[in-house]
Design a protein around this ligand. Structure first.
Ligand code: SAH
Ligand code: SF4
Length: 395
């Protein structure tokens, strides 16, 4: 790995990035303000919180106090903020709320995976999943970034639901803190104190790099050391390959990157991950090669869904090895998770093991993911919310 990543090719202009961001803004959520005018504090950056305090005629240190109560202590009631005098608490409560999404449904799988259907103030809903480690007291929270998805990967349930809107920073942070509420994990554990909700995978509904601003803002809040304080090394963002936004994600957030590859030829990837028509495999891998911070200690994860007879031959495994050469990479082999009406079958266990063996022999770690939460449709690619289906039925 060279220390200086090669510059992006000239074709990846900032104009293209601006176009993506402008389009994304069209799908922004309604402002986080209640009908009575009170403003949601969750999801404000530190600077925005300080500006709100200033507008009330308060000193900026109030923002620091609030940050501590909201993100370190997990408090939702101003009355519990004992370091703030009672009259001030009352003034805050007149103007602001510290909200949580409404839990429309919570389900627990027989393997302990937990799935929530969260409802926002405008009635839109997303799913969030907690996947506990079967052996140790830790686990990953899989969070969503959009209601639906503009992309339509053929094997993905979310991809059958058109994009309704982006989630705001409050809603992205809100999923994680609501999951923490469910397990009572407050105050936020400091430094190396073990956490039950120990990692975040941005792998739920939606394409995070098509909702970059809100996702980045939310992750910055979650990483802030004076609040939740989850390190960037414990956060993995998965993209289907929005190449122009990958550099920014690496430079600005420095979180781990996962890339949904799923095919080794453009012909097949064009078909199953249609975004490939815009950003083909060579461009995607070039963006991976220059991803800031990628190293053998921090490898890029390539996700590869095992589709029987479609992408699972040993020849394809060998081609994958060739494509990944020189990249600090590991490969997650994900058995295809079926959903109602899905057009594929998962590869046989033997075939998956053969595929993994080719990768392993070439020196790539390639764990076969154990499907989790399938019985409650909580596994990778099974998430989809009622919203659209209900509307369709009505219209
Ligand atoms: N939009 C992002 C993140 C959400 S999807 C992305 O595509 O990367 C999270 C992962 O689940 C992706 O790797 C996706 O390709 C995979 N996935 C989607 N549908 C699946 C299914 N039915 N079975 C197994 N994995 C699936
Ligand atoms: Fe969207 Fe990811 Fe599903 Fe593709 S796999 S449709 S990008 S959520």
């Amino acid at each position: 790995m060279s220390a200086i990543p090669p510059p992006p090719p000239a074709g990846l202009s900032s104009a293209e990035r601006d176009r993506i961001l402008a389009k994304s803004a069209l799908f922004n959520p309604p402002p986080p303000v209640l009908t009575d005018g009170r403003r949601e504090l969750v999801g404000l950056s530190r600077e925005e919180l300080a500006a709100e305090m200033l507008a009330m005629g308060e000193k900026p240190f109030r923002a620091k106090q609030l940050w501590h109560w909201i993100y370190h202590q997990g408090v939702t009631d101003f009355a519990a903020m004992s370091s703030i005098a009672a009259p001030m608490r009352a003034r805050l409560a007149e103007r602001f709320v510290i909200g949580r999404p409404e839990v429309a449904l919570a389900q627990t799988s027989k393997d302990e995976t937990r799935k929530w259907l969260f409802r926002w103030r405008d009635g839109q809903q997303v799913e969030t999943v907690y996947i506990p480690d079967p052996e140790e007291d830790r686990g990953a929270v899989c969070i969503s970034t959009q209601v639906g998805c503009t992309l339509s990967c053929r094997f993905c349930h979310t991809g059958t639901q058109k994009l309704v809107r982006n989630l705001g920073a409050a809603e992205i942070v809100g999923q994680f803190i609501a999951a923490r509420d469910a397990y009572g994990e407050w105050p936020s554990p400091k430094d190396d104190v073990p956490r039950r909700l120990s990692t975040i995978v941005v792998m739920g509904m939606g394409e995070p790099l098509y909702n970059y601003e809100n996702t980045a803002k939310a992750l910055r809040i979650i990483m802030d050391a004076e609040g939740i304080g989850l390190s960037r090394r414990r956060i993995t963002l998965s993209t289907s390959g929005v190449v122009p936004m990958m550099d920014r994600c690496g430079q600005e957030l420095g979180v781990n990157l996962a890339v949904s590859l799923h095919a080794v030829t453009d012909a097949l990837r064009d078909e199953i991950v249609p975004l490939n028509r815009k950003y083909p495999i060579a461009e995607l891998l070039a963006a991976c090669r220059r991803y800031p911070g990628a190293s053998n200690a921090r490898r890029i994860t390539f996700e590869y869904v095992m589709l029987r007879g479609v992408n699972d031959s040993e020849a394809e495994a060998r081609e994958l090895v060739r494509l990944l050469r020189g990249l600090p990479a590991k490969v997650n082999l994900i058995p295809f998770n079926p959903w109602p009406g899905s057009p594929y079958q998962t590869s046989t266990h033997e075939q998956t093991a053969k595929f993994a063996a080719v990768l392993n022999e070439a020196g790539y770690s390639s764990p076969i993911r154990r499907p989790r939460g399938r019985d409650i449709l909580a596994a990778c690619g099974q998430l989809k919310t009622e919203g659209e289906r209900l509307r369709r039925a009505a219209g």
